[in-house]
Structures are given as C-alpha cells and as structure tokens.
Design a protein around this ligand. Structure first.
Ligand SMILES: [Zn+2]
Length: 475
C-alpha cells in the first residue's frame, strides 16, 4: 500500500513535466509479484470509482469471461488477472502491474470479430505473463515508470475533477505515454508470440491477429474519430506483422463464430454513449440498411437507447421482437425485466428475473436486478436469501455485500448492516473504511454474543492488514 503511494507521490509531478524523474532508490527496487499485485489492486480501487470506468456488470462480466478464457490457456496459471473497461473511444488496451488489464470501449467497438478483440487481449496477457513491467523496472527503464505514473494519475484525477481528467489524460497520452510507455521491440515480439499461442489454445481464429494489427497500423480502422492509440504503446511494424503472419500459417485453420454476448455488449456500449437520439438513429439506419453483424443485437441496442429517452413502450416492442426471433439469452431477460421495472411493474420484473435465474443462475445482471426489485418492494428477507446463495458463487463481489447491507438496513439490524458494508469495502480494496464499519458494527448494540465475536475477530484481522506492523508487535 505504502509502496504505491510512494511511487505516485514521487513521480506524478515530474511525470507531468518534461524531464525524466530521478528514480532514486526505487530503481534498485526489485518488484516482486506481491508488490505488483498490491500496486495493481491500489490502482484498481481508484479507477473503479472514477467516471472513466464502465460499471455495467454485464459488460464487465463479458470481458472478464473472455479474458479468463484466454488467460487460463496461458503459460502461467498462478498469475491473477483482472480486466476492466475504460470509456474511451480511442483503440487501446494496456497492462498495469499485478495482471490488471484495461480495455478501451473504442477497441471493443472497432473489433469486427471476437477473435480480433481477443487478439489484443492475448497480446496484453503476453506482456503480463512475461513480466515485462517488472523487467523494465529491473532494467532501470525510468521512462516506463514515468508514463505508468502519468497514466495512473490521469485515471485518478478523473475521479475528483472530470475536466482536469480530460486535460491530464490528453497531456499524458500526447506526452509521456506516447514517448515512453513503449515496450521494446523484443518485448513486443515476445507478447505477440505468447499471445498468439494463447489465442490458438483458447480456440479463436488466429488470423484475426495479423489482420487486425495490420488495419490498425495502416490506420484504416477507426471508431468515431478515436485514434488507434494502441500503436503508441505497442509500436507496430511491417516486420512484426509479417512475423505473426508466418506463425499463423503454421497453425490449423479454424472458422470461429462470435458469441451472442460479443454482439450484445457492443450494442449496449453503442446505445449508452453520446446522445440517445444519435444512438436511436444509428440503430434504425443499420437495421434499415441491414448493415450489422447481428440483427438481434441491433434490436437489443435500440431497446436500451429507447429506454434512455424514456420511450418505454417502444423499448418493450424491441424486447418482444427479441423474444420472438433471438435465442433465449440472459442479457435479453435482464433487459426485459429492466423495462418492466422502469414501467412501474416490479412484480412482472421479479417474475422475469426469477424465471431467468433458473436457466442462468450465475448471470450477475439478473442477480443484481432481482435483488434491486426485492429491496424496492420491501422484501428484505427474500433479498437476503438470494444474496446468501449468490455469495457462494461470488464471494469476492463487493456489490452483493452492499445489497446485503441495504437489506439489513430495511430489517433494522445495525450490526449486520455495518458488517456487510465493511465486507463490501474490504472487497473494494478500501481497508480503512472496512475497519470503520466493523467498529460501527461493534458499537451498534444489537448483536448477540456470537455475532459480536465474529465481528471482533474480523476487525482484528483487518487492522493487521491495514498496518502489518501491528502483527509484528504482537509476535
Ligand atoms: Zn505490446
């Protein structure tokens, strides 16, 4: 924890300036995987609450599933990975310490096939498993840290000041990152080689990698004016692409069909950006001209854009189209229930959520939606039953604990409410607030002996995590 603050404090001001920072002691620091993990979690905690990050659970779960599918086919199964989506039209993806990989919405939109999107993710995973960030530090590549700090700063700043964030992101991209977070050619070749293996083993179309990279290099693939900034941090050369192509030729040819989620997620991102009117026009046009990868996804996106203009009856019509023409899908059911909830039909929404959860018990869009409806209609007992069951599947999900805390609040149970909120903070990497909530839980005055001893034990554990020196003192 202190390590990352130290890094950020030390480098942010200089990273914004022209000169290289004086690295001092840190250059000699060998970054262990544990250090990397901690820095990654710190950054993740801060970016999670920034407006730049997409918080939609269906988008997150799609990208995580795609990322895990690739990562589990990688050479290092011990490495942890976390994927997140940055709302930014430029075409980019980047790896932070600790296996934390960020993907721009512009990349998801620009990829015309799932294998193309997977190509870039696999390349980033390649950088992570080869530990390129740590190796740059070890080789005292000061500039790598400078641009890393600049990027972290830009993301952090966006939380407190959106205007500043825009400016600093631009400054960071135009300046530090552009010049300095370029992996070496050797690192790029390595990430390509490892990434291609991963792509192949995970069952994707490997030809997508050289094809997509070539289009990026030629600048022929743009999305809504977003530049392919991937090129700045991962310099592409004709030689590099030829090298990938040679390797691809030795791999078996494979026809791959994109998942429905790939199309739905792209449509959802499209429907939620810019003005709803623009989105509606775009979906209407592509449907009229039959310019789409998936007709169902266009209707799905149109429904979401219609919801944004509060034209709920029109949204419901799109849902009806989907129910008649598209295969049964968790994202469609989540949408159908959301439309009903927005129309003031919570019981119908609840019916759809619960029926769909029987087919798709792990779909978090449905789980969150069902819990929301149960809480909104004053059914905390049913909400708690659902949450307890789903926490078995998702023990690390902070939002499920937040919902649990809301349910206990409705029941007037103060100890349990603060305890659940503390667990939510803990899972958002916010230890000080987790400790505070456990302290409030102890003071709540409505817990029995058994509950109090659980909270006490947990509080002790959290305090030790917050300040490891306490642990040593006790020994
Ligand atoms: Zn690269």
């Amino acid at each position: 924890m202190k390590f990352v603050y130290f890094l950020l404090l030390m480098f942010i001001p200089v990273a914004m300036a022209d000169g290289l920072p004086d690295l001092g002691e840190v250059a000699q620091t060998v970054m262990t995987p544990q250090d990397e993990q901690r820095i990654g979690e710190e950054i993740l905690r801060d970016v999670a609450s920034s407006g730049e990050v997409v918080n939609d659970i269906e988008v997150i779960d799609y990208l995580q599933a795609l990322g895990y599918r690739l990562a589990t086919n990688g050479p290092d199964n011990r490495q942890r990975f976390t994927f997140f989506v940055v709302r930014d039209n430029s075409i980019n993806a980047f790896a932070l310490p600790g296996g934390v990989i960020g993907v721009h919405t512009g990349l998801i939109q620009s990829a015309t096939s799932e294998s193309e999107l997977a190509s870039v993710l696999a390349h980033e995973i390649g950088h992570v498993v080869q530990r390129h960030l740590a190796r740059m530090v070890a080789q005292q590549r000061q500039d790598a840290w400078q641009s890393f700090a600049a990027m972290a700063f830009a993301l952090l700043a966006s939380r407190s000041n959106p205007q500043l964030a825009g400016a600093s992101l631009q400054a960071a991209q135009a300046g530090a990152i552009q010049k300095q977070l370029d992996y070496t050619r050797e690192h790029e070749r390595e990430a390509d080689r490892v990434g291609l293996q991963i792509l192949n083993q995970a069952g994707f179309d490997t030809r997508a990698m050289p094809a997509f990279f070539e289009q990026l290099m030629k600048g022929t693939r743009f999305y809504e004016g977003g530049a392919p900034s991937f090129l700045r941090t991962h310099p592409l050369t004709t030689e590099r692409i030829a090298d990938i192509r040679n390797r691809v030729e030795q791999l078996p040819y494979r026809q791959v069909v994109d998942s429905d989620e790939f199309h739905y997620v792209r449509a959802k991102l499209r429907a939620t950006q810019g003005s709803p009117q623009q989105a509606i026009e775009w979906f209407d046009e592509t449907l009229r001209d039959k310019r789409y990868g998936s007709e169902a996804a266009q209707h799905y996106g149109l429904a979401i854009a219609r919801m944004r203009t509060n034209n709920l009856e029109a949204a419901r019509q799109e849902v009806r189209w989907l129910h008649e023409h598209a295969p049964h899908h968790a994202m469609i059911e989540t949408l159908a229930a959301n439309v009903e909830a927005s129309m003031g039909n919570p019981l119908e929404a609840q019916r759809i959520y619960q029926q769909a959860l029987r087919t798709f018990p792990d779909h978090r869009g449905l789980i969150y939606g069902d819990a929301d409806v149960l809480l909104a209609t004053g059914q905390p007992d049913a909400a708690l039953k659902l949450l307890a069951e789903k926490l078995q599947t998702y023990p690390g999900d902070a939002h499920l604990y937040e919902l649990q805390s809301q349910a206990y609040t409705q029941q007037g149970k103060n100890l349990l409410r603060h305890q659940a909120q503390g667990e939510a903070y803990y899972r958002s990497y916010n230890l000080p607030s987790a400790v505070e909530q456990m302290e409030l839980a102890l003071k709540s005055g409505d817990g029995d002996f058994y509950q109090l001893s659980i909270v006490e034990a947990r509080l002790k554990q959290l305090r030790q995590m917050l300040d490891p020196k306490d642990k040593k003192r006790e020994k």
